[in-house]
Ligand binder design. Structure first.
Ligand SMILES: [Ca+2]
Ligand SMILES: [Ca+2]
Ligand SMILES: [Ca+2]
Length: 272
């Protein structure tokens, strides 16, 4: 069959468009992580409340998870906590400082890996498991990290020697306002994710330190979740960990209203 001049023109146009599109695709930088969970990620949690919601979320976020080694956390942080204004830096969770990624270690002025759910509250150390769960591991300056130590979270106290707008007293640490909700959602995530028979992490309403696998103070954490909702940085972090590292999500960043649904019922009585 003979092609008319018009047919040829159309063919050339289509060819040129295809080549240009291919060229464009090859020079377009890799798309950033998606800003939402896959549509069916929370299907099993739909319509559930309270303990049933907690159980469904536990199963969802404990399925097909990649367990990380502690040594991998430096690279997770490099990507998950990157300063949007300076891609060579990471941002300290409590201090808010932008710190060069390469300057990590245990020396003065360096940054290291802060366990937001303090390791001693359950004694899980840094073996693969809760101690290497990227969802609660954040970069922080060594001095700030030491000052927070293994304190519970609560409101009040004197200003931190190091971290602006953070406070502490003998039994608790109050993060700066911008980090309060992040801290709350990390603690609630850890409690839902880690339900081991002999080490069931759960929040309580005390600030008594290393009293088993418990972390306080739930009344402050519930308030902070309301006061400081997830922002773009926190959501991006959740996406990075889900897509590139652990392949599970912090459901309370996607659905902060679930915090109250699971943990906002009658307050636990102080003491056990
Ligand atoms: Ca206190
Ligand atoms: Ca925040
Ligand atoms: Ca638990």
């Amino acid at each position: 069959m003979l092609l008319t001049r018009g047919d040829w023109r159309n063919k050339v146009k289509v060819l040129a468009t295809t080549v240009l599109m291919g060229l464009f695709a090859s020079i377009t930088p890799q798309a950033p992580a998606a800003a939402a969970p896959p549509v069916d990620y929370y299907a099993a949690a739909q319509g559930k409340h309270g303990a049933a919601l907690k159980a469904a979320l536990h199963t969802i976020i404990s399925t097909r998870v990649t367990t990380l080694r502690y040594g991998q956390i430096w690279d997770v942080i490099k990507e998950a906590d990157r300063d949007p204004a300076n891609p060579r830096n990471v941002i300290g969770i409590y201090s808010g400082w932008s710190m060069p990624w390469t300057d990590h270690g245990s020396g003065p002025g360096q940054w290291n890996r802060e366990h937001v759910w303090a390791k001693s509250h359950g004694n899980f150390a840094t073996a693969p498991g809760p101690g290497t769960d990227a969802h609660h591991l954040r970069p922080e300056n060594v001095e700030v990290n030491e000052e927070r130590g293994h304190l519970d979270f609560d409101e009040g106290g004197r200003p931190s020697h190091y971290a602006p707008n953070n406070h502490l007293d003998a039994d608790s640490w109050e993060p700066r306002d911008e980090a309060k909700g992040d801290v709350a959602r990390m603690i609630f995530y850890m409690a839902v994710r880690w339900d081991e028979r002999r080490r069931d992490l759960e929040p309580d309403d005390r600030t008594t330190g290393d009293d088993g696998p418990r972390h306080g103070r739930i009344s402050a954490l519930l308030k902070w979740n309301d006061e400081d909702p997830p922002d773009a940085f926190e959501r991006h972090r959740n996406d990075v960990i889900f897509e590139h590292w652990q392949h599970n999500r912090n459901p309370f960043i996607d659905h902060p209203e679930w915090v109250d649904d699971v943990y906002g019922g009658p307050r636990p009585v102080a003491g056990r």
